[in-house]
Design a protein around this ligand. Structure first.
Ligand code: C2E
Ligand code: MG
Ligand code: MG
Ligand code: MG
Length: 287
């Protein structure tokens, strides 16, 4: 097609490519100032126990509202920040900010922070973590760092060393988006994760596809045998939640239970729960 399409085809493709590259350049150039101007903020999505009543942890999710370009999704700006190296500065800010905000929450609630592979392998990661914990007074074992599966195999030895360094600080690690990468199950025994987060593509498939039920069940059972907890991400329907209760994962996260919300709303949730009863954090976050 490209051949017989001639100039017409080129015209169709080139402006789109140019626009994309142009926008990436613009955002890349904007990012450093945006960080200094305070244009980034965190929202938090609660992670619940299977009853859906108790918040076990909250995942910090980064948001950028640019004064020049409006809201930009992390799916768009994080790859750009990884390309231009700013992810290390932005990611360090995320760790500090997450610890600062979460230090006001009940002591039984953990906080999950996403790590870019570039951050994972940056030599300053342990000192960034130690600094964030010291500045906030947040306990190390309440911090969970999430690493996406697909990155581990790019450099197994470096990833292992970095994860070990994190675990030596008593900070927990979570394997995020499990099932989307290429790692074989045997890798689970090599990497020292405390928690495994099952990718939402399997959860979305639970109702239609019996094979997905079998896969999810197998992953949960294997994780349990290896001493890891399991979280199901992207739970959107009651039927999915019911299925997950039968397969007995440890925790659930998704729009059905709560959307990502600003830090003040999380604090309010916990204040409400504390005013009610004394048996830990019970709450329902609604959009
Ligand atoms: P993730 O770590 O897998 O985070 C979960 C994403 O799924 C979030 O999107 C969340 O809003 C969305 N989500 C949660 N529940 C549901 C659901 O029930 N249905 C659907 N369809 N989606 C759901 P978000 O906030 O747009 O983040 C996208 C990705 O960007 C994250 O995926 C993570 O990989 C990355 N990210 C976000 N914040 C950070 C950060 O601070 N640092 C780094 N390195 N990456 C981040
Ligand atoms: Mg995550
Ligand atoms: Mg995930
Ligand atoms: Mg995901």
């Amino acid at each position: 097609r490209a051949k017989d399409g001639g100039r017409g085809q080129m015209c169709l493709y080139e402006p789109l490519m140019d626009e994309k590259i142009e926008r990436s350049r613009t955002l890349a150039a904007e990012m450093q100032d945006a960080l200094e101007r305070g244009e980034f903020h965190l929202v938090f999505q609660p992670i619940y126990d299977l009853s859906g009543q108790r918040i076990l942890s909250c995942e910090a999710l980064l948001r950028w509202t640019s004064r020049n370009y409006g809201p930009i999704s992390p799916a768009e700006f994080i790859p750009i920040a990884e390309d231009n190296g700013l992810i290390v500065a932005i990611g360090s800010w995320v760790i500090r900010e997450a610890c600062r905000l979460a230090s006001r929450w009940p002591a039984e609630v953990k906080i999950a922070v996403n790590l870019s592979p570039i951050q994972l392998r940056a030599h300053n990661l342990p000192s960034v973590i130690v600094g964030a914990l010291a500045a906030s007074g947040f306990a190390a074992d309440r911090l969970e760092l999430e690493v996406t599966e697909s990155v581990l195999l790019e450099d197994v030895e470096a990833s292992l060393a970095a994860l070990d360094a994190i675990n030596r600080l008593h900070v927990r690690t979570t394997l995020d988006d499990f099932g989307t990468g290429y790692s074989s199950l045997s890798y689970l025994t090599r990497f020292p994760f405390q928690t495994l987060k099952i990718d939402r593509s399997f959860i979305a498939d639970l109702e239609q596809n019996p094979a997905s039920v079998a896969i999810v069940q197998t992953v949960i059972d294997l994780a349990a045998k290896l001493g890891m907890r399991t979280v199901a991400e992207g739970v959107e329907t009651q039927a999915q939640l019911d299925q997950l209760r039968r397969t007995r994962c440890d925790a659930v996260q998704g729009f059905l239970l709560a959307r990502p919300i600003p830090a003040e709303q999380v604090t309010a949730l916990f204040a409400e729960a504390a005013g009610g009863r004394d048996e830990g954090v019970r709450a329902q976050a609604r959009p």
